[in-house]
Design a binder for this molecule. Structure first.
Ligand SMILES: *[C@@H]1O[C@H](CO)[C@@H](O)[C@H](O)[C@H]1NC(C)=O
Ligand SMILES: *[C@@H]1O[C@H](CO)[C@@H](O)[C@H](O)[C@H]1NC(C)=O
Length: 367
């Protein structure tokens, strides 16, 4: 388990912290995990007198005028509930956009975004996609580099780069262009196969929803903007999607027992020196044995980053099934018919696997 995300922390702390205030000064901005430990006026005029949790405007990590307008006109009558909304909804933009800029490559205008989870200086494929997904209602097409659309494009690009460099990994260090220092240890001591670039990866836990998140984020951006030109630039996106399909196909293969009773090898394995069983995998890093040919994709870890006991995580497969079909529309609109066909066929196989092995009929009365 990772520590609580900032939005959760904020809800807990808004109720029980002492009446001390530490403000951002104009010259320096408090780290959000420090700032959120104390209460800040003005307090909501309701029963709970909730703190104002947003950093001062000069300390916010991304400005979006449509968000400010929305926060000012929310039709929520309860003053505490309204404050909770005003505190939490902007939280990713206020605190977690650690960097938004361009690639160093001279021949490229590639936008890049680095979104931290809030408490760790690293970007998870899953978390960053979810963090942006909250703002989908505000997403409109825009070529401007200070738009929400640019933030989405930068995140898709950063994720595509990450998927291409280390397709099994869940969490990544800042792009070198950002100049953001990455000094936390992460999974540096983990023994993982296949090997990956330790300088770019924070942790390499294979989770099927990581790759589903990349596809879903892409689909989210495309369905809101119809910006097909973005996905066609230099083919990086299609290359990353091919890698998603390749990794996913590999993880459909099982790890069962050989004739001599040994667990058969795995395309991915993960072992960590730890006192927690949920932070490593059984069977020398292959995980509990599972069969081949179910159509399902196995997931060594869950969305909480804890190890799975049964690797065919059904909710992760449901997400992957839907994400493949959604992103296939982009591939098709790019003229990549073959890739789109492969994605749809894969999606169908996963769906059939879920229907066959993931549905249990409960006979008799419940409860
Ligand atoms: C957001 O706007 C404030 C002014 O209201 C400015 O001081 C701050 O630098 C802006 N933040 C970013 C990331 O541009
Ligand atoms: C595609 O990837 C290459 C290599 O990482 C990079 O130099 C280039 O800027 C990328 N292009 C676009 C448009 O994203």
């Amino acid at each position: 388990m990772r520590p609580l995300a900032t939005a959760q922390l904020l809800i807990l702390l808004s109720q029980a912290t002492p009446l001390v205030t530490s403000q951002d000064s104009s010259s320096s901005c408090l780290d959000y995990s420090t700032r959120s430990r104390t209460r800040h006026p003005p307090f909501s005029p309701g029963r709970h007198a909730l703190s104002s949790a947003r950093p001062s405007p000069s300390c916010r990590t991304f400005n979006l005028s449509s968000l400010e307008s929305l926060l000012g006109t929310l039709p929520i009558a309860d003053p505490d509930l309204l404050r909770l909304w005003q505190n939490t909804y902007p939280n990713t933009l206020d605190t977690a956009i650690k960097w938004h800029g361009h690639s160093n490559s001279p021949d490229s205008e590639e936008e890049l975004t680095f979104i931290i989870t809030g408490d760790i200086n690293a970007m998870w494929l899953r978390d960053s996609a979810r963090q942006l997904q909250s703002y989908l209602p505000l997403l409109t097409p825009s070529p401007s580099s200070d738009s929400l659309a640019s933030l989405f494009r930068g995140t898709v690009n950063t994720q595509a780069r990450n998927v291409l460099s280390a397709g099994y990994c869940n969490s990544f260090r800042p792009p070198p262009e950002s100049g953001v220092i990455s000094d936390e240890e992460g999974g540096d001591k983990d023994v993982v196969r296949p090997e990956y670039d330790r300088a770019g990866v924070f942790e390499c836990k294979w989770e099927v929803d990581s790759l589903a998140s990349f596809l879903e984020l892409s689909r989210d951006y495309y369905f809101s903007t119809h910006d097909i030109e973005f996905f066609g630039r230099q083919g990086n996106w299609t290359e990353a999607v091919r890698r998603v399909v390749e990794v996913g196909r590999g993880m459909q293969r099982g790890t069962t027992y050989g004739a001599d009773g040994r667990v058969l090898g795995s395309g991915y394995s993960f072992a960590r020196m730890t006192t927690r069983s949920t932070e490593t995998l059984a069977n020398d890093g292959a995980g509990s044995p599972v069969a081949s040919g179910t159509g399902l994709v196995r997931s060594a870890f869950r969305p909480s980053d804890d190890a799975t006991t049964y690797q065919f995580l059904v909710p992760g497969n449901m997400m992957f099934c839907v994400a493949l079909a959604g992103a296939a529309v982009i591939a098709e609109d790019l003229g990549e018919q073959e890739l789109a066909g492969e994605m749809r066929a894969f999606s169908r196989e996963v769906r059939e696997g879920i229907e066959k092995f993931g549905v249990v009929e409960v006979v008799g009365r419940m409860g």
